[in-house]
Ligand binder design. Sequence first.
Ligand SMILES: NC(=O)c1ccc[n+]([C@@H]2O[C@H](COP(=O)([O-])OP(=O)(O)OC[C@H]3O[C@@H](n4cnc5c(N)ncnc54)[C@H](O)[C@@H]3O)[C@@H](O)[C@H]2O)c1
Length: 279
Amino acid sequence: MTRLTGKTAVITGAGSGIGRASALKFAAEGAAVAVTDILGETAEAVAEEIRAAGGRAVGFAVDVADDLALKDMIERTIAEFDKLDILFNNAVNTAAGKRKRDVDFLEFDPAVFHEIVQVNVLGGVLASKYALPHMLERGDGCILFTSSTSSLGGDVAQFSYGASKAMVNWYVKTIATNYGKQGIRCNAVIPGVIETPAMKAWASPEMHAAFMKLQNAPRLGQPEDIANLAAYLASDEAAFMNGGLYKCDGGMTAPLPFAQLQLDYLIPRHKPGAAFVGS
Ligand SMILES: NC(=O)c1ccc[n+]([C@@H]2O[C@H](COP(=O)([O-])OP(=O)(O)OC[C@H]3O[C@@H](n4cnc5c(N)ncnc54)[C@H](O)[C@@H]3O)[C@@H](O)[C@H]2O)c1
């Protein structure tokens, strides 16, 4: 018996990256999966990959910025698989053009903020609103969100993205607070730097090298690292975990900012000639 045997799941933004890896992992762990993405053909391709491996999956287009499409997504998944155990809100607004307009706080553009929040926050919140009545009726359900390390501290750019993920964290705790006693669990995965198509599209080779330096791990994160965490959180093994924000970031956020200063200035003074990690 595998971890998610007998469970059904719907995942947004699952045509690529973390969502795709999660759809494949959930299916490999025994779940029937509704694979959804704004790009219907990529969702269907992932579903086909699952079916070809002997799993159960459907793939269809869902734009999480469209309220009615979210309602339809939940209804269609339940109609297809008879029930819904796991809702994984993972889709992200990755429009590069918007990112360019999100680097100078003095040029803060409310239009960019609203577009990003619509997808990254409301997409998951409204999908949860539609999934919850069904889950509450059954007294069982698991909601996951993909947050980001960008939600955990101040930033020098991406003022709308980081804020949207901080909002996600708040809703995760709020859904857990409101419905935990009725059998609903809501948790977030917090990826660090993960080598997905989205990340590769915006990170230059120089940034790639810089990311390696930031990791307290010998490699960058892979979509499967997050999928493994999501599958665990979705499983009954995590039955007592609710309202949590779980980092999977290769130790990137482990050190105090002060640690680098120590490596650069304080330790060399006392240990001349020593080699230091990260120096
Ligand atoms: N890759 C990283 O380094 C990283 C780090 C932290 C958090 N994250 C988060 O992980 C999640 C997945 O990101 P990824 O890196 O796998 O990106 P990705 O671009 O590989 O996948 C995102 C998917 O979302 C889809 N999408 C975009 N707009 C949508 C919409 N309106 N409705 C439905 N689907 C839509 C895209 O078509 C794409 O298939 C996101 O929530 C992102 O914020 C990623």
